[in-house]
Write a protein that binds this ligand. Structure first.
Ligand code: NAD
Ligand code: GLY
Length: 375
């Protein structure tokens, strides 16, 4: 915690290092944080229409207080915005507004806005800088940190993109007050993920404080966001482009993506909800393989269920409506993390002891899925 009550962390990537600042009311003082990074007092804010209505005025005032002008581009909300048509619209709007190579884009929104703005910044004028101002819990603890930027193709999510690190992340926990509870919970799954990967003490802390945090305790939210960002920053610093350890961040994602693919990306199953179910399955598979105590798998399911997240593949479908397990395994085989035809699973030897496994027999995962779909 620094003297101004903000938590400041660094993503240590040499010449591309950057700060993450976490705290309430950061939008109001955005200009103080952003100003020192600018060549001229002007930024280009990219946001969606929902966030624009709720939080753009505060950001605009926070910039103006430091004499920084802004132009804004407002895109529609939702995953459908992460496509070539909106990327073109965004790039053309920025060129029209005379964005220059030394200017910075500011992504004000959730992961959708962060991902498309970051990708536009990676390619516009052969690459310009950008700042993340994440407004969902998921974006504050995951997508705004680490420099993965992308848009989707009809063939799959995030298939066109680039690694392009932001210059700064400003995570204003105050903006989470307007986030629908379901979205907050979906982000909480990613928070819990860090405890399960390599921070067992954080997991225990979440078991104690998770419910209060989700009820809006801003102090607890700030602590959870900062701890999550520190956990992610440490992994990104040792493996920026996912040639090794960064794959740990996909805990729960192999199963989760298969479920998302099956139900169709959208409101029926939010990404974080799929990750919650996937993390429970990853621990159950680890227990089935004799790698992890069954009690740890039960503990994961108990806590995620207690805060209100779905924890079984059955929760993703209506009663008796689910696919068969073999179909979900087929979705996993098409995942972009497949290597030499083998599905990558992130398993665990216990809470906080996740590891990457490339030699799991998919028949075992299929058996587990069949059991869970029938249970
Ligand atoms: P999102 O950006 O679609 O936001 C969810 C909804 O909440 C939207 O309707 C948005 O308008 C609204 N919203 C945002 N902030 C709000 C606020 N403060 N108050 C009220 N409403 C608000 O979704 P998301 O869950 O933030 O992000 C999902 C995206 O992130 C996916 O496209 C996923 O692929 C991507 N992602 C990227 C990474 C990465 O490393 N780059 C990691 C995880 C997820
Ligand atoms: N969200 C996974 C990653 O950033 O690698």
């Amino acid at each position: 915690m620094s003297s101004d009550g903000r938590q400041r962390l660094g993503v240590e990537l040499g010449s591309r290092r950057y700060d993450i600042v976490v705290g309430g009311g950061l939008l109001d003082e955005a200009g103080q944080h952003i100003g020192p990074l600018l060549k001229r007092p002007r930024v280009f804010v990219v946001t969606d229409s929902t966030v624009a209505g709720l939080h753009l005025p505060a950001l605009a005032a926070g910039l103006a207080a430091s004499g920084i002008q802004h132009e804004s581009v407002v895109l529609p909300p939702g995953e459908g915005t992460k496509d070539f048509a909106h990327l073109e619209r965004l790039c053309r709007a920025l060129v029209e507004k005379r964005c220059e190579r030394s200017d910075l884009l500011v992504a004000l929104g959730g992961g959708v806005i962060g991902d498309i703005t970051g990708f536009a910044a990676a390619i516009l004028l052969r690459g310009i800088g950008f700042i993340q101002v994440p407004t969902t819990l998921l974006a504050q603890v995951d997508s705004s940190v680490g420099g993965k930027t992308a848009i989707d193709l009809p063939e799959g999510k995030n298939l066109v993109g680039a690694f392009h690190q932001p210059r700064l992340v400003l995570a204003d926990t105050g903006v989470l007050a307007t986030l629908p509870r379901r979205e907050l919970l979906a982000g909480y799954a990613e928070v819990a993920k860090y405890g399960l990967i390599d921070r067992p003490d954080f997991w225990t802390w979440l078991e104690e404080h998770g419910a209060a945090l989700l009820d809006g305790d801003t102090g607890l939210l700030g602590q959870a966001v900062a701890t999550s960002c520190a956990a992610k920053a440490a992994i990104v610093a040792r493996d920026e482009t996912e040639t090794g350890d960064r794959a740990l961040l996909n805990l729960g994602h192999t199963f989760g993506h298969a479920l998302e693919t099956e139900v169709g990306y959208g409101d029926r199953l939010l990404h974080g909800e799929g990750v919650a179910i996937g993390m429970v399955l990853a621990f159950q598979l680890s227990a089935l393989l004799g790698l992890c105590p069954a009690a740890d798998a039960a503990r994961v399911q108990r806590h995620l269920g207690a805060v209100g997240l779905p924890t079984s593949p059955r929760d993703a479908f209506g009663h008796g409506l689910g696919p068969d397990a073999a179909r979900l395994i087929q979705h996993m085989r098409r995942d972009k993390k497949v290597q030499d035809g083998r599905i990558t699973f992130i398993l665990a030897r216990g809470i906080g002891r996740a590891f990457i496994a490339r030699d799991v027999d998919p028949a075992l995962a299929e058996r587990l899925l069949a059991e869970r779909l029938a249970a």
